[in-house]
Ligand binder design. Structure first.
Ligand code: NAG
Ligand code: NAG
Length: 422
């Protein structure tokens, strides 16, 4: 395990890392000096880069410093790119992955809940202009996809909040439709035994990707983005529920979360409510666009960990080894540890492209210590994670361009697993 303590190996790594970073800074300064092209100052970047299935990268390349002298600069430019492509990867021990049966459809920003040996995989973008409105089921015993059924038409297709009591799945708010369309405040319950759906009282306000979990008999919903998809929300609401039914009709106001925003892991373990990682800001609809075309806005990704144990005051726990977002269904609790697979971290400082995460993190709930326990077969965001019989599984999401380029490219439906040893 690559622990984040003063071990020899990690010190050596840090030293090498510092040298690489220093070299990088020198190269960059050189490039900036040689270049007279100022970078674009538009608040928007083209969305093609991060959400489309196939991207051209045109908009971002336009803002990259241009080499002055072709031949020698080109080589340096390539070195710089290679250097930075892997810069953000943390050292990790080897994990052996095996590819399993691919999901019937690719999905980005889908949602997933595991109940016993079944992984229920909901909704998601197939591509930026198409969203799924059904559930696929994977069986960890037979290791196959075993069926699908439709969602209610009014249910959101991405940025959902979701939690389960082991039979009923509670589904709150989210984005309804493709591109960067508006959110719905409507909430639903799925009875996984009968496959029946029914309504829950709507949220006071709709949200995008709020942290959602069942805790002490109440469904808790907090953070997320507000109606414009970008502004972080701090509000925290709860609703008492039992056996798929709301016990009251009104959401109750709870203590606001210290930091708002979407795409966080929200976990109950040892009777404590944990909220991990996430971001402030997100893509939003271009004003006046009839298709609600997504445009990129500023984002701050963070690795903060907040914990509520008394229901009254949020406490800070040690942050993740790096900022990580898009992890709302990318986690499992195994042997008193939280395991998190993939995500997105801060954007690349030079190319400004989104940087995907390839690490598998462990947060030991006993020692409150983070470690990197391995690497995924590639960097990927919005993975949907399950655990069965010692195997850690992940499916779906948007993966990187390749080992040398951590920016997002293909939306996938593949399923992989590795034997976990904690
Ligand atoms: C490379 O990327 C890292 C962050 O990923 C940044 O801190 C560093 O300054 C970059 N170096 C160069 C040379 O671009
Ligand atoms: C969890 O703990 C049990 C009991 O100590 C052990 O047998 C098992 O291998 C552990 N699981 C993982 C994934 O490490």
């Amino acid at each position: 395990m690559a622990r984040f303590s003063g071990q020899n190996a990690s010190r050596k790594y840090l030293f090498v890392l510092s040298c690489v970073a220093l070299l990088g800074i020198v190269l960059i300064a050189d490039l900036l000096w040689a270049s007279s092209s100022a970078s674009a100052s538009s608040p928007y970047w083209s969305t093609n880069l991060d959400l489309a299935l196939e991207s051209t990268g045109v908009a971002v390349h336009a803002s990259m410093p241009k080499p002055a002298k072709k031949s020698s600069r080109a080589a340096e430019d390539k070195d710089l790119k290679d250097l930075n492509a892997t810069f953000a990867d943390l050292p990790a021990p080897e994990l052996e992955w095996k590819e399993m049966a691919e999901a019937p459809v690719p999905r980005l920003d889908g949602a997933a809940i595991q109940i016993k040996n079944l992984l229920y995989v909901f909704a998601g973008y197939g591509n930026i202009n198409y969203v799924h409105s059904h559930v696929d089921m994977y069986d960890f015993i037979g290791n196959t996809w075993v069926g699908r059924f439709d969602m209610p038409k009014e249910m959101a297709h991405s940025h959902l909040g979701m939690a389960t009591d082991g039979r009923y799945i509670y589904i709150v708010t989210g984005q309804h439709g493709p591109q960067c369309r508006g959110p719905t405040a409507r909430n639903f319950v799925l009875d996984t035994e009968t496959k029946n759906w029914h309504d829950l009282p709507p949220l006071p306000f709709p949200r995008y990707a709020p942290a959602t979990q069942l805790w002490r008999g109440r469904l808790h919903v907090m953070g997320g983005s507000k109606e414009d998809r970008h502004e972080p929300a701090l509000e925290h609401w709860s609703l008492p529920v039992m056996d798929g039914k709301a016990l009251e009709q009104e959401w109750h106001t709870e203590v606001p979360i210290p930091r708002g925003g979407p795409h966080r892991a929200c976990i109950v373990a040892n009777d404590k409510l944990l909220v991990i990682g996430g971001q402030e800001g997100d893509f939003m609809a271009k004003p006046g666009s009839p298709i609600f075309k997504c445009v990129r806005r500023s984002e701050v990704v963070y690795g903060d960990v907040y914990m509520l144990d008394d229901g009254l005051k949020w406490k800070n726990l040690p942050p993740m080894p790096k900022p990580d977002s898009h992890i709302e269904f990318a986690w499992k609790v195994v042997n008193n540890s939280v395991i998190i697979a993939g995500g997105t971290t801060e954007k690349h400082p030079v190319s400004k492209k989104m940087v995907l995460v390839g690490e598998v993190f462990q947060f030991n709930l006993g020692t409150l210590e983070w470690s990197v326990i391995g690497r995924l077969p590639f960097r990927i965001k919005t993975t949907l994670v399950g655990f069965w019989d010692g195997w850690l599984y992940f499916t779906s999401g948007q993966r990187d361009k390749g080992p040398g380029d951590p920016s997002p490219k293909k939306v996938v439906g593949c399923m992989w697993r590795t034997k976990l040893r904690l």
